[in-house]
Design a protein around this ligand. Structure first.
Ligand code: IMP
Ligand code: MG
Length: 188
């Protein structure tokens, strides 16, 4: 047996993702004005999803956001192989060079030690964006995660290692539709 417990099922996740998208759309309308694809001028909104963990969240979220926005992927790694704690953040892709004056929304799967978001935010700030907001699907109820500012949080969860809906263990389980915990034998 590999799956221990379903923490968040696909329907619960889908409802919350729609809710987050509504919050984001409202804030974008307030911050940059009407950004709908049929609006007059393109708006300076750039989504920066962190790969690979946010891939499913990204795909679901953006289909609720029919806005003029660019998407610039960043590949970041901090949990090599079977590691279940942050081993230092490496940004593996080149930073986009067209971020000045952009309203940036960083998207990630989970906020844990907070080191990934902190490092990425710092790097992006050097590109002189107009603003940076952070959106995570999950946040662990631990001090290090709570200490990092996040504008949108899908769910606060207990401090346990989870997989599915983009999250992996040793590269596996990202394709599970629910967020689940693994059995001890699966993590051996
Ligand atoms: P942080 O830098 O420790 O906040 O961790 C953020 C990154 O670590 C996320 O993008 C995930 O890829 C990974 N991560 C943190 N906690 C978990 C977990 O419970 N399961 C799977 N990946 C995790
Ligand atoms: Mg990850």
């Amino acid at each position: 047996m590999r799956i221990n417990r379903v923490l968040l099922d696909r329907h619960t996740i889908a409802d919350r993702v729609a809710g987050i998208a509504a919050e984001i759309a409202e804030d974008i309308a307030r911050d940059v004005g009407d950004a709908h694809v049929e609006s007059e001028d393109p708006k300076d909104v750039t989504l920066v999803p962190l790969m690979t963990g946010s891939v499913i969240f990204l795909a679901d979220l953006i289909r609720h956001l029919p806005l003029m926005m660019r998407i610039r992927l960043l590949t970041v790694s901090s949990y090599p192989g079977k590691a279940t704690s942050n081993r230092g953040v490496t940004i593996e892709s080149a930073l986009p060079d067209d971020l000045s004056n952009q309203h940036i929304l960083i998207l990630d799967d989970i906020l844990d030690s907070g080191r990934t978001i902190t490092a990425v935010r710092e790097q992006l700030l050097a590109r002189h964006p107009a603003s940076i907001k952070v959106c995570v699907l999950l946040r662990k109820k631990i001090d290090s995660a709570m200490a990092v500012h996040a504008d949108y949080v899908g769910f606060d969860i207990e401090d346990e290692f989870v997989v599915g809906y983009g999250l992996d263990y040793d590269g596996y389980y990202r394709n599970l539709p629910d967020v689940v915990t693994l059995t001890q034998s699966a993590m051996a």
